[in-house]
Design a protein around this ligand. Sequence first.
Ligand SMILES: N[C@@H](CCC(=O)N[C@@H](CS)C(=O)NCC(=O)O)C(=O)O
Length: 246
Amino acid sequence: MITLYQFKFSHFCEKTRWNLDYKGLPFSVRNLLPGLHLKVTGKLAPQSSVPIIVDNGQIVQGSAQILNYLDEQYPEYPLTPGDPALAEEARAWERFVDEEIGSTLRLWFYYYALPDRKCALNFLLDGAPWYGRPLFAVIYPKVRAKMIDFMGINAETAAAAKERFETALDRLDEVLAGKRFLVGDQFSRADLAACALLSPYCAPGRSNREIDSVFPGPVRELREAHRERPFFKWVNAMYGEYRNPR
Ligand SMILES: N[C@@H](CCC(=O)N[C@@H](CS)C(=O)NCC(=O)O)C(=O)O
């Protein structure tokens, strides 16, 4: 059985959850607490980040590397196109959305969310063990300072991240005009990556009321302005059609 080490709230971890579900592979999860995760990830892998999977003693870190591994080991329901040119195109899209959507959205969101303790604890403790809340009542300021330092979050980097995020969304809209999939004519790792990384923002399956209560004001406002955009509707449609576990 595959074990996934994750933060439940992480959109990079959602990429791997979707990957595993899409391929119909059973897995168990180990939800980690930000900050304390370092003890676990430090023993498993060279970098500190999640997702990490352990499959029969084989450890793989990073959502793209996990996708490569799973497509190689479990070729049924591939997410990498069989045609080498299309495979390269899909990988290039994945790299683009990882950087220009996954990382930028996170930095911009954290800039507003981390100073708001209630909002931050809402998502940081999602799925966390029982001791997460009492512990974070004490250590949250330290964890927040570490996160801000680690990701270089400040007003300037947040503004730059927002600009890059919006540019990437424009590019998605252009490409999606008249097309259902980013690459070729089949659902691939490019679509899965883009939709998973946009899932906290487009929030498929969550009500507007719920979103309003958890999103910081500036994020809520931009999201509201984007609700009728092609990329937004596309993410929701892809979730409806492709996100069900096999
Ligand atoms: N490129 C990596 C990015 C993963 C990543 O940034 N994970 C974040 C959570 S969204 C993380 O684990 N941060 C804590 C750390 O790096 O120690 C991937 O695709 O897996």
